[in-house]
Design a protein around this ligand. Structure first.
Ligand code: ADP
Ligand code: MG
Ligand code: MG
Length: 199
């Protein structure tokens, strides 16, 4: 069973990964965007970490809802509302249980990813975070490690795609040949989940 401490550790691991990889995320965003994805997520996840310290939630669901709210209110870019929606919707789907199973988390994350797709209007193959998140959710039924691998492969598979959503879509054909920053950060989020689960 996954308790509130597991979810706190997951978000802290995600925040640490964002700190570590911020330069790379911003570099990817400088090729097909406006060079702020790393700094956007750094600001957002620093706020998440601070909120978890100052008002520690008591359930898995409340933890993700708090984190989602912080991302929405502190990240200016497109990724803030999208990741905020992912975590809030996932948290809502978990309800107010003190502990959840891996299966319940997989189902809740599926609802979260569906909400992101609805908000942003992106589908698989549009060269967005959806290209890492959807395969990750599909593989969660197998294991957290399989989800991390699927997310990573999904992110790498965005390289040859033409961007159809977000700033990168303004570049048209020139978006081809670059890895999507949001798909890359999504893979970090899922890798942090697998690491927290000890996989
Ligand atoms: P901004 O583009 O506003 O500067 P960020 O740089 O923080 O925001 O985030 C860019 C990432 O957000 C993209 O790499 C992509 O993965 C994701 N993204 C942008 N628009 C959409 C959308 N409509 N649906 C899903 N993901 C999107
Ligand atoms: Mg950007
Ligand atoms: Mg921006």
């Amino acid at each position: 069973m996954l308790d509130v401490d597991f979810f706190r550790r997951w978000l802290r691991a995600a925040a640490a990964a964002v700190e570590r990889e911020a330069g790379r995320l911003t570099e990817l965003d400088s090729a097909i965007g406006d060079a702020d994805h790393g700094s956007n997520l750094q600001r957002g996840f620093r706020a998440v970490t601070a909120a978890l310290e100052s008002e520690p939630p008591e359930t898995p669901g409340a933890t993700l809802i708090l984190a989602g709210r912080q991302l929405i209110s502190t990240v200016g870019g497109a990724s803030g509302p999208l990741y905020g929606t992912l975590l809030r919707r996932t948290g809502k789907a978990l309800g107010d249980s003190a502990e959840v199973t891996a299966e319940q988390l997989a189902e809740a994350l599926g609802a979260g990813v569906a909400a992101v797709a609805q908000l942003g209007g992106a589908k698989a193959g549009d060269k967005t975070m959806i290209d890492a998140l959807e395969p990750a959710v599909a593989a969660l039924g197998t294991s957290f490690a399989a989800a991390a691998t699927a997310a990573d492969e999904g992110a790498v598979a965005t390289v040859p795609l033409l961007a159809r959503k977000g700033r990168a879509s303004y570049l048209g054909e020139r978006s081809i040949g670059h890895q999507d920053p949001g798909a890359t950060s999504s893979a970090l989020l899922i890798a942090a989940l697998a690491a927290t689960a000890g996989e």
